[in-house]
Design a protein around this ligand. Structure first.
Ligand SMILES: [Zn+2]
Length: 61
């Protein structure tokens, strides 16, 4: 049973969105999706490297 990577709610309770990341498929619920978009650093520890995703405008060299 897939669970939200952030809050661990299961697909039994809410629809989860599947996201591809590296070679895995992870799931996130609609309530946590804004965290992934706007504050990915909050997912550090739950999503490998999330603290380095940075804001969309930031360019990596
Ligand atoms: Zn969630």
């Amino acid at each position: 049973m897939p669970v939200c990577l952030n809050c661990n709610i299961s697909a039994d309770e809410k629809p989860l969105l599947a996201i591809a990341f590296k070679d895995q498929t992870l799931h996130i619920c609609p309530q946590c999706l804004p965290v992934l978009i706007h504050k990915p650093a909050n997912l550090a520890g739950k999503l490998e490297g999330a603290e380095h995703f940075g804001p969309p405008a930031e360019h990596h060299h």
